[in-house]
Design a protein around this ligand. Structure first.
Ligand SMILES: Cc1cc2nc3c(=O)[nH]c(=O)nc-3n(C[C@H](O)[C@H](O)[C@H](O)COP(=O)(O)OP(=O)(O)OC[C@H]3O[C@@H](n4cnc5c(N)ncnc54)[C@H](O)[C@@H]3O)c2cc1C
Length: 378
């Protein structure tokens, strides 16, 4: 008996799906027809702060999704999935189309978490760190001030690694213009996302560059200032919410079990246990029992397992399981030619850390660019 073809919609061109595209031949051989639905440009997070600080031109962190899909022979729709009818197995797309699926895999990343929509007035000067495409607007806004020789007062709300990295990148941009940064990080509590000595060294290095830290809880945003819950106010010209990451709304709307932080709960096969036709990887998902922070590396490592499991659907084989590593390397780009590398309790702050980060990140994105045949014009 000839098996029917299985249509698998890849929703989102995140790290894992970009790599799954390279397995398109194996998928087709297993009678799987992949279709990619995603916005046309992939913004690579590993280089986002390098672009923000002006260390790299914007094109270095972007990838042409259509070119890669086309090189891999995968049909591509430049749209977003806005809703899912799991009963009818149909996806509703942002361009008004409906798309039927036999299985769907989500790799749609994350959006800025609670607090980015801080109630208040004064639109126009609030620049959340996600989506990453929005950082181009922030950089243009900052550059406009710097062109007038003004170093704006920047308030970054969020004391996680992203808040620190973005604050340092923005300061780096101001320093490149020959001005002194006026950057403040508003954090709820004392950071604990790195060893204490690493955080002390980092804070001292940032302070020397004019990047200060304040503890407090933002309550209301008013034009040009944030009112804290203890009654203090913090003035700003630019407010940058970096208040954690959460899954996009379409994930909650699936009606499937979520993790405590709102990501799709999946089994080690990367499927929802309540609907095995729904797969998810990267920031929008969490493997029950193996929670991990938002980082591109988990999507990268899950990619071969996802490709194998999607092929197994078509070939009628057993699915395999993915166990995310318990230690991983993360490196913050501090915008001044240095970086902070972290792996478990190990850390290193300095130029070597940033050199390693650039080598890894440029290697990843340039590898995909070569596969897509895209030629970069700087
Ligand atoms: C400023 C900043 C710097 C960061 N630096 C790093 C770093 O150096 N290293 C690191 O590991 N992590 C970093 N992160 C975290 C990182 O952004 C995420 O962990 C990582 O990008 C997640 O990868 P992903 O594959 O899940 O999704 P993403 O890489 O975010 O890709 C998701 C894709 O899905 C698309 N999409 C979204 N919604 C839909 C939809 N409804 N339908 C179809 N497509 C959709 C998006 O356009 C996007 O292309 C950083 C985050 C920020 C904010």
């Amino acid at each position: 008996m000839i098996r029917a073809r299985v249509r698998v919609v890849l929703a989102g061109a995140g790290h894992a799906h970009l790599l799954v595209l390279k397995h398109a031949g194996a998928l087709r051989a297993a009678r799987v027809e992949p279709i990619l639905v995603a916005p046309p440009t992939f913004h690579y997070s590993g280089l986002a702060t390098a672009v923000l600080s002006g260390a790299l031109p914007p094109g270095r962190a972007m990838l042409d999704v259509c070119a890669l899909a086309s090189r891999c022979g995968v049909p591509y729709l430049p749209a977003e999935v806005v809703a899912v009818d799991r009963g009818a197995r149909r996806l509703h797309l942002s361009d008004g189309q409906d798309l039927a699926y036999d299985a769907v895999s989500f790799n749609i990343g994350s959006v800025t978490g609670a607090g980015s929509d801080l109630p208040g007035e004064g639109e126009g000067e609030v620049w959340p760190v996600k989506p990453l495409s929005g950082l181009a607007g922030l950089r243009a806004r900052l550059d406009a001030s710097l062109a007038d020789r003004v170093s704006p007062s920047i308030l970054v709300a969020g004391g996680g690694p992203t808040g620190f990295e973005v604050a340092a990148a923005l300061a780096g941009r101001v320093e490149r213009a020959g001005l002194s940064p006026r950057v403040q990080i508003l954090r709820r509590s004392t950071p604990d996302w790195a060893p204490r000595r690493a955080l002390a060294r980092l804070s001292a290095a940032l302070q020397r560059r004019g990047i200060l830290q304040t503890s407090g809880e933002a309550a209301v945003r008013r034009p040009g200032e944030v009112l804290l819950s203890d009654g203090r106010t913090l003035p700003f010209d630019l407010l940058v919410p970096a208040t954690g990451l959460r899954a996009p709304d379409v994930i909650a709307d699936l009606g499937l079990p979520l993790s405590g932080d709102g990501r799709l709960a999946v089994a080690p096969t990367l499927q929802s246990p309540e609907d095995p036709r729904v797969f998810a990887v990267g920031d929008c998902a969490v493997i029950t029992g193996s929670p991990r922070p938002a980082a591109g590396v988990f999507g990268v490592r899950a990619a071969p397992i996802l490709a194998r499991n999607l092929a197994a659907l078509g070939a009628g084989r057993r699915l395999t399981t993915y166990a995310p590593q318990s230690r991983w390397l993360s490196i913050l780009d501090l915008g001044d030619g240095t970086g902070l590398a972290l792996r478990g309790r190990l850390w290193s702050l300095g130029r070597g850390a940033l050199m390693l980060k650039r080598r890894l990140d440029l290697g990843f994105v340039d590898g995909l660019r070569a596969a897509s045949g895209e030629v970069l014009e700087d």
